[in-house]
Each structure stands twice: as structure tokens, then as C-alpha cells.
Design a protein around this ligand. Structure first.
Ligand code: GDP
Length: 443
């Protein structure tokens, strides 16, 4: 379904290719093309505007990495923003700690709601869950029959009370049965209508209040483009939902619904229907959809590798200094500054050889301690920093340093102990690596 969009985006990168970097000037043409392509794919205008703006801002704030061309870097920026647009992470069903999962299915007629009930039941069954379906569409006997026959195909029992009971009552009885018989999940099919109306909403809210669903999913049809996104928004405002199922993704829709639902409604698409068969249901993965749209998996891999190798270079540099034989307080401080400038110290430490078994808690402790060390080192003279042994000898120096950092002498003594231990560990690690042929990323 993203074929047209993909084709439209194929040629837009070339204009920035020759330049060494991304500039306000050279991204103008690609931005215009991207805007047009998204509008043609039936993404709503406010969403397109916001998207283009955030791509522009990110692209201009992004340095083109070594070994990567500007057009490739731009592809990566657009990819990441597309993933964000669609909600970032894949969002699964909520799974309450106690009691069965209760999934309430809503949607207009003909969108594929009943089929989606069967698909979801099958998917949950594959996760080894015992599922019960509950038919509450009391207006159309055919809808109940349809659910019963779907259930029979996948061997999922269907609870129904004909067309005389009230939907909320049927749902309540269904849930009671599920609890009594230890089902893991129930899927409640509700009545579909031709359009949203007050009756439909109040009935849905009654059922919601009765069974307290862990998920209320609105089923929408991808063929309706940005209208589907508007529908999710309207539904969510009237009766809070937890997400959407987007059906008929196998059809020739232009992709607008998949791209707009999250941005327009704030609610994620949790699953997509990709065919008439009951197996044709997939979790919605924003990253997979984005790379399908861009059709440039290899470029993304290239940029990601470049990003990783930059981090590796930094880590290798830190390692080299740490392992150097003349490891003094200056090195100690520089490394700390470098590490803290790059975000969480934990992440960096984990990249260093031999450091990956350190626990999160230990890392936090280490980070706190480093801050204290930094204050102490800052209150040393240059001579003391480059010659740690001076401190071991003279108590008056230790007292002066402690005072300068607002600490006590024993803090300085402790730091010298830690520093000494670290230095000797570094030195023996260094020897080991020289014998063992070096660590990953080491020269
Ligand atoms: P409901 O009125 O919302 O309950 O809709 P149904 O579940 O009866 O589905 C309406 C039609 O859409 C049926 O012909 C289904 O086979 C078809 N349908 C449902 N989901 C999909 C899908 O993901 N892809 C395709 N191609 N057809 C679907």
C-alpha cells in the first residue's frame, strides 16, 4: 500500500548528494517533495506540516557522519521522524495482572470489525491463551451468526444471548463466564453502525463501564485514509479507547491512515489487518513501516553502523587513556568529563572491555562518587594532579584539598585509595591485553 509514496520519495534525496552537509538551502527541494508525497498519500495537512518542520529542524541540527553522504543522512532523519510520527514503539495489548484480558472491539459497519475479532482471538490463542468471544450486536442476528461461525473455524467458543438482552448485560454475563471458567481473554464484539451517533457511543460506554476493558480498540479501514485518523480521534474523545486496528492494509490505499492515526488522535495503531484470512493480522511496527516506505534498508544500516562506530571510537579513546601507564588525576578527570559529556556514564562504561558485567546500581554509585572526586581534584594544584604520589605523603595537602572541596580529609584518603586501585587494575588489564592481542576497538 505504500508503493506510490515509496516511488515518490525515491528521487528526492539526490539534490543534497553533492554537498558536504545538510543546509537550509539544499534541503528545500527534498522537503518540498516530501511534503507533496505525503499529501498525495492522504496524510492530513497539519500532520504533514508538523512532520516537515521536525524533519527540517532535525536535519539542520544533524552532523553528517564520517563515511555517510548527506543524502543518506537525510534518509535516516526522515526515517526516524516517520517512526516517531507513527508512535515510535510497537504497542501491544494491555495485560492486566489479575483476571482475564478484556478486549472491547468497536467500529463502523463494514470496516472488518467482526473479522478482526476472529483474527485477534486466533492471535491470542497462538500466545497460548484461552479465549472467549462475546457477541453483543443485538441489532443484526447475522452479526451474531458471523461471529459464531468464525469461532467455530478457530475453535474459540462464542458467548451469546440472542437479540433480546441488552449489550451491557451480555458483556457482563460473558465476563462472568470467562472468570468462572478461567479464560485468559475475552473479546467483546459490539454493534457496528453506519456512522458515529449518540446511541452507539452511549451503548459503548455502558459496555465499557460494565466490563472495565483492558483494551478498547477501534477498528478502522485503511482505505478511508486520513478520515480513519479523524474517526479514531472522535471516538477517543467520546469514549476513551486504547488504540486502533487498521484493516485492509493489503488493499491499494495510499497509506495516509497508517501515517496519521497516532499524530491525529494520540492513540497508537496496535494491529493491522493484511487480508481476509484469519491469519492476516500483524502487530503494527512503526520502524518496519518506515523502512518499507523509504525502501532503503541498506542506507539505514549504513548510517546506524556509522553512528555505532563513532561511539566505539570514543569508547576506544577512553579505554586507551585509562590503560595508559601514566594514569594521573588529570586523566582521571578528563575521562570523567568526556564520559559525562556523552550522556549516561553507564552506557559508555558498558562499551569498555571487561566492564559489561557491572550492574546498574554499581554504575549509579560510581557516577555519584565520580562527582565527589571531581570536586576534590578541582581543588588540587596542577602539580598534585600530575603527581598523585605527593598526596600520599603529606597530610596537610590532603586537608587543604578536602577543605577546598567542602569535604573532610578521609574523603581524600578514600579517593586516593580508589584511584590507586583503579590505576593498578588498569595497568594489569593493559598488560593482559597486550598479551592477549587487544580488546575490540583497540589500536
Ligand atoms: P464488520 O461489518 O466491520 O464486522 O466487517 P466484516 O468483518 O464483516 O468485514 C467486511 C469485509 O471486509 C469482509 O468481506 C472481510 O473479508 C473484509 N476484510 C476484513 N478485514 C480485511 C483485511 O484486512 N483485508 C481485506 N482485504 N479484507 C478484509
Amino acid at each position: 500500500m505504500f508503493d506510490n509514496l515509496s516511488q515518490r520519495l525515491e528521487g528526492v534525496w539526490d539534490t543534497v548528494r553533492k554537498d558536504g552537509k545538510l543546509t537550509a538551502d539544499n534541503i528545500k527541494t527534498p522537503m518540498r517533495e516530501i511534503r507533496r508525497a505525503l499529501l498525495e498519500a492522504d496524510v492530513s495537512l497539519p500532520v504533514v506540516r508538523q512532520f516537515v518542520k521536525s524533519v527540517e529542524e532535525t536535519a539542520l541540527g544533524t552532523k553528517v557522519l564520517k563515511g555517510v553522504r548527506p543524502d543518506q543522512q537525510l534518509v535516516k532523519v526522515v526515517n526516524d521522524q516517520l517512526v516517531e510520527l507513527m508512535g515510535g514503539q510497537q504497542e501491544d495489548l494491555n495485560d492486566p495482572k489479575d483476571g482475564p484480558q478484556v478486549i472491547l472491539m468497536a467500529g463502523l459497519q463494514g470496516v472488518g470489525k467482526t473479522t478482526a475479532c476472529g483474527k485477534l482471538a486466533l492471535a491470542l490463542q497462538k500466545r497460548n491463551k484461552r479465549v472467549l468471544m462475546v457477541a453483543t450486536d443485538v441489532y443484526r442476528p447475522a452479526a451474531i451468526d458471523q461471529l459464531v461461525s468464525l469461532g467455530a473455524r478457530i475453535k474459540v467458543p462464542v458467548f451469546e444471548m440472542g437479540t433480546d438482552a441488552k449489550p451491557a448485560e451480555i458483556a457482563r454475563m460473558g465476563l462472568a463466564k470467562a472468570r468462572a471458567e478461567d479464560f485468559d481473554a475475552i473479546i467483546v464484539d459490539t454493534a457496528g453502525r453506519l456512522q458515529i451517533d449518540a446511541n452507539m457511543m452511549s451503548e459503548l460506554k455502558e459496555v465499557q463501564a460494565m466490563v472495565q476493558p483492558s483494551d478498547t480498540l477501534l477498528v478502522v479501514d485503511a482505505m478511508t485514509g486520513q478520515e480513519a485518523a479523524g474517526l479514531v480521534k472522535a471516538f477517543n474523545e467520546a469514549a476513551e479507547i486504547t488504540g486502533a486496528i487498521l484493516t485492509k492494509m493489503d488493499g491499494d490505499s495510499r497509506g495516509g491512515a497508517a501515517l496519521s492515526v497516532k499524530a491525529v488522535s494520540g492513540k497508537p495503531i496496535k494491529f493491522v489487518g493484511t487480508g481476509e484470512k484469519l491469519e492476516a493480522l500483524e502487530p503494527f511496527y512503526p520502524d518496519r513501516i518506515a523502512s518499507r516506505i523509504l525502501g532503503m534498508g541498506d542506507v539505514l544500516t549504513l548510517v546506524e553502523r556509522a553512528e555505532a562506530s563513532i561511539k566505539e571510537e570514543d569508547a576506544a579513546e577512553i579505554t586507551k587513556r585509562m590503560l595508559s601507564a601514566k594514569f594521573d588525576f588529570n586523566d582521571f578527570l578528563k575521562q570523567y568529563k568526556m564520559v559525562s559529556g556523552m550522556g549516561s556514564m553507564g552506557q559508555i562504561m558498558k562499551m569498555l572491555p571487561g566492564m559489561n558485567q557491572i550492574s546498574e546500581k554499581q554504575l549509579n554509585e560510581a557516577e555519584k562518587q565520580f562527582k565527589q572526586f571531581e570536586a576534590l581534584i578541582n581543588s588540587m594544584t596542577p602539580e598534585e594532579r600530575s603527581n598523585p604520589d605527593l598526596l600520599a605523603k603529606t597530610a596537610s595537602r590532603r586537608r587543604r584539598i578536602a577543605r577546598g572541596a567542602g569535604r573532610v580529609e578521609v574523603d581524600v584518603t578514600n579517593m586516593i585509595g580508589t584511584f590507586g586501585g583503579m590505576r593498578s587494575k588498569m595497568q594489569s588489564l593493559s598488560k593482559m591485553m597486550k598479551m592477549g592481542g587487544g580488546a575490540p576497538g583497540m589500536p
